[in-house]
Write a protein that binds this ligand. Sequence first.
Ligand code: 13P
Ligand code: SF4
Length: 333
Amino acid sequence: MDQFAPIHIPPRDALFAPLARLMTRADWETRFADDIEAILRLKRERNAVILAHNYQTPEIFHCVSDIRGDSLALAREAQNTDASVIVMAGVHFMAETAKLMNPHKTVLIPDSRAGCSLAESITAENVRALKRTYPGVPVITYVNSSAAVKAETDVCCTSGNAKRVVETVAREWNTDRVIMIPDEFLAKNIQKQTGIEMLTWPGHCEVHEKFTPLEVRQYRRMHPGVVVLAHPECPPEVVAEADYSGSTADMQNLVAREQPKKVLLVTECSMSDNLATQNPHTEFVRPCNLCPHMKRITLPAIRHALETMTTPVEIPADLFPAARRAVERMLAI
Ligand code: 13P
Ligand code: SF4
């Protein structure tokens, strides 16, 4: 970047516009506007991009991020940026994945405590033990895992490509069973769709495991005609109550394509806020389960990360090649 070129910040009217259905202008001005302008300036100064997961709050998602999406899109796009700094507005495993795809770039996580109950449910030693118990069975690991666990893995998957990855691995390895970790519910949901046996692990997403079939039935009674979309991290009994199950990007695409009158997203609640701004003709029923890890990422935290260049994500050199290979194989599928 030419350090003497003026930094253009869009006018506040334009920055606020996508949030107009969610909050008042005065609220936005008081709580967010200064941080937003500071972040937009810092991004130019640092030659940085901000990747935001669909669960980020609307002021991050719409006002400062450059690339938005589900875990799969963020992993893919992390490869394509030519910025020198990547700020991950998401959780730690997403920042690690971005680093795996960009070993020579600085990847910052604005709050290094932004973890994930799935990633924390399993260690590399647990995976080695599974491999000893089931020798020769391929290991498919959800990207919601640490780099150390990925390094013990044959292929990664996300909720957006899990079915395709499982079917491809089963075909190429000529097997009708796979080790699929660490999300027990995702594995069971994919087993139902593919008929392929899953040896799994009792890891759960602390947000999605809370939904119950009864709750979904109650929403249906209260909102006749509502279209129900459930994330595949939900228990299978909850997915069975839904009209459709898919990743956060699949949900976004379905709402954009079909424009249902009323929709219930059985997932983290910022997702509904973000989609509501893009789909003014759809009413969103909002069960509110928040991910406490995603919510550690705030505008002040992003601003601080760019001001101080903290916290850079590093991956131990001995884990790097194997962890990266597992993600690359996924992206190739
Ligand atoms: P997606 O890949 O569907 O965006 O999900 C990531 C996640 O953490 C869901 O809880
Ligand atoms: Fe992890 Fe669940 Fe939070 Fe996603 S929503 S980051 S799976 S704890």
